[in-house]
Design a binder for this molecule. Structure first.
Ligand code: UDP
Ligand code: MG
Length: 316
């Protein structure tokens, strides 16, 4: 098998036929040396039925159905673990990432690269809010993490078997796939592309999931937030020392201790700092707990290729 295409899908029933059509065209030059893996991430609409229907007309297609919704990054991981190709191409189901770029990426990999990632030079059809938060996210992420994660780069990429096996050997449960590839190293290069608007349906990343994703990304790659908490504590200590001098001074020299405004200010400032520090600590402790439980990341409930003779790389 030369190429595996991996696509996580959650409630993408409308996109699937179009997606499969374009993917089939993109992998046509590789014929039966290509496979298209669609991972149904616990969809509640007709995504699985759409995958099964598409499979009848596209022999390269394989569907994996997770037993429940596990999130974009885990669904992607499930597909990566099942992939059998020498090169693995990943993209979103909503056709925001053009499958047609596969040829160019293959060409770059032929020149000796292990990871060819797509860098969004323009985002079409996304709200100002999404663009602004995404812009800030990649910048804060880089300031907060020890690995240099390429900016404005999603999971849209072509990776070699060598790079993939390196990432799959990383045991953590907090999967932040693009960061894991950055951390793994190897020869990497970016290719610029215009991110198209979503072809169908709506985003599966509401604000709540975006925040979770950002916190996951930041805590998964460094302990800088903890150091930030320490620094913040020192700063607030310094501030309270100054305030103490001021209060004592006015008490001794002027025999007054001015009003409640400063009291309210101090209490709210310091309790804010304390709670934030606790929150940062909590994020790490929570993650320790989750990692320590060491549960399987996902379960596959259905596999359209289960009846075939091909051995699966990994079925949980
Ligand atoms: N996705 C998934 N599980 C989830 C959320 C999203 O598999 O819990 C998939 C989704 O179907 C899509 C990809 O992840 O293929 C990216 O999601 P989306 O396009 O909604 O994100 P956006 O482009 O808006 O950031
Ligand atoms: Mg999208």
């Amino acid at each position: 098998m030369l190429i595996s295409v991996v696509v996580p899908c959650m409630n993408e029933e409308a996109s699937i036929p179009h997606l499969v059509e374009r993917l089939a065209l993109a992998v046509a030059p590789y014929q039966d040396r290509a496979e298209i893996l669609l991972v149904d991430d616990g969809s509640t609409d007709g995504t699985w039925a759409a995958i099964q229907t598409a499979q009848q007309s596209c022999k390269q297609l394989r569907g994996l159905r997770l037993s429940a919704n596990r999130g974009h990054q885990v669904a992607l991981t499930a597909g990566l673990e099942a992939a059998q190709g020498e090169r693995i191409f990943m993209l979103d189901a909503d056709l925001q990432d053009p499958p047609e770029l596969l040829g160019d990426m293959m060409g770059m990999m032929d020149r000796g690269y292990d990871v060819v990632y797509g860098r969004r030079c323009e985002r079409q059809g996304e709200t100002v809010f999404k663009r602004a938060t995404a812009w800030a996210f990649y910048r804060v992420l880089n300031a907060m993490s020890d690995v240099d994660i390429p900016r404005d780069t999603g999971d849209f990429r072509l990776v070699s078997r060598k790079a993939l096996d390196a990432v799959l050997s990383m045991p953590e449960r907090a999967r932040f796939v693009r960061g894991m590839f950055a951390w793994a190293g190897f020869k990497q290069i970016g290719i610029e592309y215009t991110r198209a608007p979503r072809a169908m349906g709506e985003t599966k990343y509401p604000l709540r999931k975006m925040v979770r994703f950002a916190v996951d990304a930041m805590t998964a790659f460094s302990t800088k937030p903890l150091k930030f908490a320490t620094r913040m504590s020192f700063a607030s200590l310094g501030f309270s020392a100054l305030m103490m001098i001021y209060v004592l001074h006015s008490l001794i020299v002027y025999q007054t201790a001015p009003g409640w405004a400063s009291v309210v200010l101090a209490i709210s400032l310091f309790s804010g700092v304390q709670l934030l520090t606790l929150g940062i600590l909590g994020e790490y402790i929570g993650r320790l707990y989750v990692e320590a439980k060491n549960r399987p990341l996902y379960f596959v409930s259905e596999d359209t290729r289960a009846a075939d003779v091909l051995p699966l790389r990994k079925v949980i």
